[in-house]
Design a protein around this ligand. Structure first.
Ligand SMILES: Nc1ncnc2c1ncn2[C@@H]1O[C@H](COP(=O)(O)OP(=O)(O)OP(=O)(O)O)[C@@H](O)[C@H]1O
Ligand SMILES: O=P(O)(O)OC[C@H]1O[C@H](OP(=O)(O)OP(=O)(O)O)[C@H](O)[C@@H]1O
Ligand SMILES: [Mg+2]
Length: 279
């Protein structure tokens, strides 16, 4: 039975559980359950703190897990990232009081508060900056005002939390993070079915199906607009000189593609969401 670690709460929990459901797995019945067995798919899910998931997967007691790239790197676990899952995007940045820092080298000898000491210690070592790390559990943005740090290094998504604390980012992006599927080289093979299904969910989210009718003289140009993965399906219409085209298109481009096809003379343009896919 495949043993899978899933975030039990926090920013990644809801979407991670939704993705597994879309992939056909039966999750937990209520938010208090610590584990759940899905006998049909021969999988057991363990609901854990996202920060701890790399530790469990890295130790080999669990085969595969969903966590943040930043948390994986912070844990310095032997687990490896096997897929980016297209949600939970954030950056990991330095921030300080407005105007206080212009360059990371000004952090030399200063106190930097963070919940990601593993990640940051390595970054400072690589950049030969000698700063003092102040380890906090969360709400790191308050550390400066409360006097325990001169700067912070934290997760930034919209930047709203920083702004409310009167802070601004400085220096390079330390890390671009996203939710990831992790495993160990020894367990990757066992996780193949789960990975295939999650890839199917990613494709179903990233792509849609487009159908349209087009006069044959514009067919060549139209199929350049919608080349699909392999190649579009083209079938003759009953009306002579016209074809029906079906192709996969990136979800984010759908409206621009419809505009371009319509300008070219395509008619009856329909877009259908994908429910599931296996490529
Ligand atoms: N505002 C955000 N937007 C996007 N991703 C985020 C955001 N905040 C955190 N994350 C990501 O979510 C993951 C875990 O963060 P989360 O906040 O769930 O855990 P935590 O801080 O340990 O727990 P909690 O905040 O519940 O105490 C990390 O990978 C992080 O990059
Ligand atoms: O840039 P923003 O969109 O404002 O998001 C970033 C904030 O979100 C997270 O906080 P969370 O709510 O998880 O609280 P925590 O700091 O206690 O973990 C993160 O730690 C930042 O504080
Ligand atoms: Mg948090």
């Amino acid at each position: 039975m495949l043993r899978v670690a899933v975030p039990n709460k926090g920013m990644l929990a809801e979407t991670a559980n939704e993705m597994l459901q879309e992939a056909g797995y039966r999750g937990r019945r209520d938010a208090k359950e610590l584990n759940a067995i899905d006998p049909k798919n021969d999988v057991e899910f363990f609901y854990l703190r996202p920060r701890d998931i790399a530790t469990y997967v890295g130790s080999g007691v669990l085969d595969v897990g969903i966590t943040g790239r930043d948390l994986l790197l912070d844990a310095a676990s032997p687990a490896i990232e096997i897929r980016s899952l297209d949600f939970g995007d954030s950056t990991f940045r330095f921030a300080g009081p407005a105007g206080a820092f212009a360059d990371v080298h000004e952090l030399e000898g200063k106190r930097v508060a963070t919940s990601y000491t593993g990640l940051l210690e390595r970054w400072f070592a690589e950049h030969r900056i000698d700063a003092t790390l102040v380890k906090l559990d969360g709400a790191v943005e308050s550390a400066i005002r409360l006097g325990v740090a001169d700067a912070v290094a934290d997760v930034v998504s919209t930047g709203a939390t920083l702004r409310k604390a009167g802070l601004e980012v400085f220096g390079p992006v330390i890390l671009e993070s996203t939710a990831v599927l992790i495993s160990t080289p020894a367990k990757e093979q066992a996780a193949k079915t789960l990975l295939g299904r999650l890839d199917g969910v990613l494709v179903a989210r990233r792509y849609a199906i487009i159908d349209y009718d087009i006069a044959n003289e514009h067919l060549e140009e139209a199929t350049k607009i919608t080349p699909g993965f392999q190649s579009p399906t083209v079938s003759p219409l009953r009306e002579p000189g016209w074809s029906a085209v079906r192709s996969m298109v990136p979800t984010g481009d759908v409206n621009q593609l419809m505009d371009a096809l319509h300008d070219l003379g395509a008619r009856a343009i329909f877009v259908t969401a994908l429910q599931a896919a296996r490529m």
